[in-house]
Design a protein around this ligand. Structure first.
Ligand SMILES: C[S@@+](CC[C@H](N)C(=O)[O-])C[C@H]1O[C@@H](n2cnc3c(N)ncnc32)[C@H](O)[C@@H]1O
Length: 235
């Protein structure tokens, strides 16, 4: 495990076990305390609805919610008929997820501890803290444990984010949340295609003011349903 990964991991665990816990509990309930949080809640609703629609029929499929947090998306997956396992590095998030979604199975674990295989893996806003090299390595690991599709989000390096970052608006004083990595989309897609046997077949950018995220569907190379999804994406 590279040292950059271990450093990010420690920061993330500490944050989601403490101040981040309260904040993400509120997000899971759709609550916002200010304009920035309202845009995040709205953007996340859009991301979750898109992801559910892309997945099609979830009934009976085994799904790993990797970095499940308090179970906001796991709850929707269960309602759609999926058989859900959730893992998260934060003990506190896992405790809350068990309470919120008793139908799913949750355990405290790092992504690299995932050993079993699922039909689908979902990483909703859980890989956003990892820089490009760590992100590609994580995806290499996770696709080895997925049969059909892997969905993840990342924050693209856009002019908006660069400007906001430069003026410090995204990171107001007192904000202790782990830094979000800003990733060059084209380079990431090229590396995924080259360094895994999977490839992005569908992507969409979700823009809700301060919530700027790109949702990606990965499928194994040569997958016929992937080609269909790709054709849909090009329309
Ligand atoms: C921004 S929250 C999103 C939670 C949930 N996916 C959602 O959308 O509501 C990111 C979550 O990813 C988890 N996470 C980040 N890195 C992780 C790792 N290496 N292993 C397991 N969980 C991780 C964090 O603990 C946190 O709960």
């Amino acid at each position: 495990m590279p040292s950059s990964y271990a450093t990010a991991q420690d920061r993330i665990r500490d944050y989601f076990d403490t101040v981040g816990f309260e904040k993400w509990q509120r997000f899971a309930r759709g609550e916002a305390q200010n304009r920035i949080q309202a845009s995040i809640v709205a953007g996340r609703e859009q991301a979750m609805a898109t992801l559910l629609a892309w997945g099609g029929n979830w009934r009976g499929r085994t799904v790993l919610d990797a970095g499940c947090g308090t179970g906001a998306f796991a709850r929707r997956l269960v309602a759609a008929g999926a058989i859900v396992t959730g893992v998260d590095i934060s003990a506190r998030e896992i405790e809350a997820a068990r309470e919120h979604v008793p139908e799913a199975v949750f355990r405290q674990a790092d992504f690299y501890a995932v050993a079993e295989t699922f039909d689908v893996i979902v990483c909703l806003d859980s890989l956003i803290y990892y820089a490009e090299d760590d992100l590609v390595q994580l995806l290499q690991h996770l696709v080895r444990h997925t049969r059909a599709a892997l969905y993840f989000t990342f924050t693209p390096r856009t002019l908006f984010f660069e400007v906001m970052h430069a003026v410090g608006k995204l990171f107001p004083k007192g904000n202790t949340s782990p830094a979000i990595a800003r990733i060059k989309a084209k380079r990431l897609y090229a590396r995924i295609a080259k360094e895994t046997d999977w490839r992005p077949v569908r992507t969409t950018h979700i823009s809700s003011s301060f919530y700027q995220t790109t949702l990606v569907e990965l499928r194994p190379d040569g997958d016929v349903s992937a080609q269909a999804a790709s054709a849909v994406a090009r329309r």
